[in-house]
Ligand binder design. Structure first.
Ligand SMILES: NC(=O)c1ccc[n+]([C@@H]2O[C@H](COP(=O)([O-])OP(=O)(O)OC[C@H]3O[C@@H](n4cnc5c(N)ncnc54)[C@H](O)[C@@H]3O)[C@@H](O)[C@H]2O)c1
Length: 433
């Protein structure tokens, strides 16, 4: 594999990235910017069309950054026809949950089967999709070896979890440390060497299982702590104690405390999903991951809790949920990004619609959404529109003119504590989660 190392060093290695979404596209761009020839593959033809016309759909990859790379060092295709040319193949396809909320690794299997058909000697294959420990060695490796080539000898194989945080201005692909674990020493070494071309710090671990588990541990840690924050906030509310003020005070302790905040529920591709990949694997070993189950239960119940709180606010105005006008402010799962995957806002809108509330939404990042047969469009925030609502619910803390919103809305439920600076008479309209 010395030859591949040399090629990487000289930027002559051809790198293929399979799956050009939130993870794959920024990665492909980083390698292309460094001068590597990158072959991007995504089965979504529309996405490929957009990328090839330098029209980015990912906020962390501005179109202007894409433009100089397209058709020069970044060549993207809707099929695997050019894969044979690659020296390195990185897989970043989705790993969602199935209908029964168990891991669905079918996207990985499809991609790996394709790779297996064209795999050649001295290739380095890296899996980046989040998955349960054992996937790389027990699932991916045998599929690749169906080619007749032997992993660790004829080709190298590693797992490296992605830690991208969409919308984060400080931490991007380049300065987020990258964990790498290969099926043997050479796989770890070469995968680490590859990433060190574009990433400031690479951490080598002893196996793909450690690397797979690192990602699940990190996200389980967050999901469980958010579950705890949600439960504490619910209880604090009953006790008439401001949970956010408590957290602000607790975080002044210089050691032993990390702040996590309550909210309307977990969202995004990772936090609601990844811990269940771990509990699935634990289940196969006959162990129940109790913290994960409990956190999942608490976090999944938050959208219902939000609706209960809306009901209470309406009751003050002697109104019922049915026929009341409820405006949801922000429907993405996270501040200032255009991603609604697993967003609790969607669940809240569904519950409100089922209960016959007249629900609408406003979100500068999402023009429209389709829920069942119904299409909702983002409503512009005018004085008149806000004043017509029975309750305005801040679900996502986008950067908006909150003074204007508070001034013109009758009642507000703030699930993110974005209105903590509002004082005086206007404060009386606001309820915190
Ligand atoms: N989004 C995040 O913030 C984030 C962070 C860390 C890790 N991850 C993990 O990274 C992986 C990818 O996530 P994402 O957010 O980039 O997903 P995504 O849905 O944004 O992108 C995945 C892309 O893969 C494409 N695809 C699906 N099947 C394919 C196939 N067989 N061949 C080629 N392309 C295919 C899809 O069309 C899509 O464009 C997941 O395992 C996820 O859990 C995501």
């Amino acid at each position: 594999m010395e030859n591949l190392k040399k090629k990487i060093l000289q930027k002559k290695a051809i790198i293929s990235v399979i799956g050009l979404g939130y993870v794959g596209l920024p990665l492909a761009v980083e390698f292309a910017k460094k001068g590597f020839l990158v072959i991007g593959v995504d089965t979504d033809k529309e996405k490929i069309k957009k990328i090839n016309s330098a029209n980015s759909y990912i906020s962390d990859v501005p179109s202007a950054r894409l433009k100089p790379l397209i058709k020069k060092t970044l060549k993207c295709y809707p099929d695997y026809s050019k894969l044979k040319q690659a020296d390195v193949i990185i897989v970043a396809v989705p790993t969602p949950l199935s209908k029964t909320r168990s891991p669905d690794i079918s996207f990985i299997l499809k991609a790996i089967r394709k790779i297996s058909k064209t795999i050649k000697r001295n290739q380095l294959i890296i899996l980046e999709s989040t998955t349960y420990p054992g996937t790389t060695r027990d699932v991916v490796l045998p599929l690749l070896e169906e080619s007749g080539l032997k992993g660790g000898e004829d080709f190298l194989l590693a797992f490296s979890p992605e830690r991208v945080d969409p919308g984060n201005k400080k931490y991007k692909t380049k300065n987020i440390p990258k964990v790498v674990g290969g099926i043997n020493g050479e796989s770890t070494q070469l995968a680490g060497f590859l990433y060190s071309q574009i990433i400031e710090k690479v951490i080598s671990v002893s196996s793909p299982e450690i690397a797979e588990m690192t990602k699940l541990w990190e996200n389980t840690f967050r999901a469980v702590n958010i579950g705890l924050a949600n439960e504490m906030a619910l209880i604090c509310h009953k006790m008439n104690i401001d949970a956010w003020e408590v957290i602000a005070a607790a975080r002044t302790k210089p050691f032993g405390f990390l702040p996590f905040y309550p909210g309307p529920g977990l969202g995004g591709h990772c936090l609601p999903v990844d811990p269940l990949y771990f509990s699935y694997k634990a289940g196969l070993k006959g162990i129940e991951a109790r913290f994960i189950r409990l956190a999942d239960e608490i976090n999944s119940a938050m959208p219902n809790y939000v609706v209960e709180r809306i009901k209470k606010i309406l009751k003050r105005a002697k109104r019922a949920l049915c026929n009341s006008k409820i405006l949801i402010l922000g429907i993405t799962y996270k501040k200032n990004i255009a991603d609604i995957r697993e967003s609790p806002a969607i669940e809240i809108i569904k519950i409100l619609s089922r209960r016959k509330a007249r629900v609408s939404y406003s979100d500068p990042f999402i023009e429209k959404i389709k829920l069942g047969k119904r299409i909702f469009r983002s409503h512009p925030l005018s004085r008149r529109f806000l004043s017509q609502q029975d309750c305005v619910v801040i679900v996502t803390d986008h950067s908006l003119d909150y003074n204007f919103i508070v001034h013109n809305s009758p009642y507000i439920l703030d699930t993110r504590n974005v209105l903590s600076n509002i004082k005086g008479v206007e404060r009386k309209k606001i309820e915190k989660l």
